[in-house]
Write a protein that binds this ligand. Structure first.
Ligand code: GLP
Length: 264
């Protein structure tokens, strides 16, 4: 696993955004896998700034989001569709019709999950998947004990995740306990994965992801099986890793090699 350790959240956002910008420049019709949560917001701001300055266009890009609350329509302010419109899609030149978020209001959520998988395949698969991580190591809404081969499906949220995400809901507001999420198997099929983590409250999950065993108890540990995964994390999120110096050393050596070869 490539582990890039940076000073703070601002550097993480910039580094992560650059990976996406390079991807889109290389392949203007890239299929992006996108994520919600507070961590990617700063990266989305960087993408918006890059679009506004003419550095990148999303005209031919399409996207699939990881997950959505089951029971919320896309116009609900806490829905992930609403979040994506607000945080990214409304500010760039992406075709809204080319952006997919699992339908939280689907009449038949089970067939909606199958359809979602089908749609990803129809597009030729996801070129690059953005991930955050839950304190318990979840990716998307794949909570601990999720099958490491799982596909898009209905998933029950843990108490820890419900509590963590309660901050986004008003005190009397209905907060769903179910979601539709891409599965771990779905995520592992994307060609590249970029996981962002910032802050000390993610340090334990990052340690389990990078240095722990491959286990359904930490869904993100499944990324150890992926060929092209990069974890972009800040010092705080890296604070429980045993081999920080080694990861930094690898990065330095990689950079030197790329410079020597004239690649980025
Ligand atoms: C939610 C999302 C995840 C996200 C996680 C962490 O549960 N389903 O995709 O990674 O929150 O969110 P945050 O970045 O706010 O810590």
């Amino acid at each position: 696993m490539k582990v890039v350790i940076l000073k703070d959240a601002a550097e993480v956002a910039k580094y992560g955004a650059d990976i996406f910008i390079k991807q889109i420049k290389r392949k203007p019709d890239s299929v992006l896998g996108l994520a919600t949560g507070s961590t990617p917001v700063a990266l989305y701001k960087e993408l918006i700034a890059a679009y506004q300055s003419g550095r990148v266009s999303f005209k031919n890009v399409s996207s699939f989001n990881l997950d959505e609350y089951l029971g919320l329509t896309g116009t609900h302010p806490q829905s992930y569709r609403y979040f994506m419109n607000q945080q990214l899609f409304d500010h760039i030149d992406i075709e809204k019709s080319q952006t997919a978020v699992p339908p939280g209001d689907a009449e038949d959520p089970f067939s909606a999950c199958e359809q979602y998988e089908h749609n990803i395949k129809q597009k030729g698969g996801i070129d690059i998947q953005l991930l955050g991580i839950g304190r318990n190591g979840h990716i998307g809404f794949n909570e601990p004990s999720s099958s490491l081969m799982s596909r898009t499906r209905v998933k029950t949220l843990t108490r820890a995740t419900i509590d963590d995400n309660a901050r986004f809901f008003g005190p009397d507001e209905y907060q769903p306990h179910l979601s539709i999420t891409m599965g771990i198997g779905t995520i592992l099929e994307s060609k590249k994965v970029v996981l962002l983590a910032t802050g000390a409250n993610k340090a334990e999950a990052i340690k389990a992801t990078v240095e722990g065993p491959l286990t359904a108890a930490c869904p993100a540990s499944a990324l150890q099986m992926h060929e092209h995964v990069v974890l972009v994390i800040d010092e705080a999120a890296a604070s429980q890793l045993a081999d920080v110096d080694f990861y930094k050393h690898i990065e330095m050596e990689n950079q030197k090699l790329l410079e020597r070869l004239g690649r980025d």
